[in-house]
Design a protein around this ligand. Sequence first.
Ligand code: PLP
Length: 369
Amino acid sequence: MNIPLAKPDITQREIDAVTEVLKSGILSIGPKIEEFEKEIADYIGVKHAVAVNSGTSGLHLIIKALGIGYGDEVITTPFSFISSSNCILFEGAIPVFVDIDEKTLNIDIDKIEEKITSKTKAILAVDVFGQPVDMDKIHQIAKKHHLKVIEDSCEALGSEYKNIKCGKNCDAGVFAFYPNKQITTGEGGIIVTDDDKIADLCRSMRSQGRAITGTWLYHERLGYNYRLSELHAALGVVQMERIEEILQKREEVANVYNQLLKKIEGVTIPCIDKDVNKMSWFVYVIRLDENMDRNKIMEKLQKRGIGCKPYFTPIHVQPFYQDQVKEKFKVTDKVAAKTIALPFYTGMKKQEIEYIVEQLVDILKKYKA
Ligand SMILES: *Cc1c(COP(=O)(O)O)cnc(C)c1O
């Protein structure tokens, strides 16, 4: 058997929708991007959605729209995908890392305040692996210290915490649509916000800094080409129409994994916070016991045709960050040394999951560190 780590769920409907755009002759700045933005805004329950060509572009525009710049500090988590921190560096600002909570793997909210200085401008929280951050608590701290709040919900489209969708309870949130995410547009991302000014600025900056009125070849500010094409947007429109079905199927896969793995010695399954009333599964990440050699076990799984990855290698130990961040993050380092993302995608078959678990159990017997 050969089981990939992730794969997109593309049906004939998506293929037809993209073909239609090709036939229409309108390949960029057309009706599909507006349709996609409306679907996302309605789904999340926000006033504005601004589609861009990646989640990273979305994060960058939010940093700019909030006026975060040179020497400013932004509090964030080291246990994330690199771009949630890179977007801060793009503007010469400084990511200030806070260690994570061992259960939820999200930023440890109790450790945020000790990192706040006179230079702190914002908190950038990440809903890691789809697990929502407690944004109410983040807001309490932000309010007290007059900070902006950004939610990187790139891994959490559809997750809900105390009945509020991820990406909504903040100044601005972002989702991403790379092919391994819950829904995909190939490449793509979207900014969500209730703030008119942030939305206007992001719309202008994604399209070369054009005036909000859209006048061509009239540029009011420094901008970029972060536009999402009509082909990508059309793909997103169909994926959003199928979102409930997609999330349901992913939950079923996670449930099968949970059932099969919960009693396996040496393996800890994902722990979902009690206040998460809907979990949108992005990946399925297990944690091995301290005495297990994660890398060796991963190598053996790969040899048996099972796609898997160390999720995540923390940001502060990435080669590019190592020289800049000397601090250690005890929980992050401990967790990250033992986590493995197993194959996970919409519509994965029960036999495939059973095969993976059988192989894992067999390997675990032989490879204790
Ligand atoms: C996927 C992801 C992003 C954005 O990735 P792009 O490839 O730029 O779309 C940002 N943050 C996190 C946590 C992600 O998982």
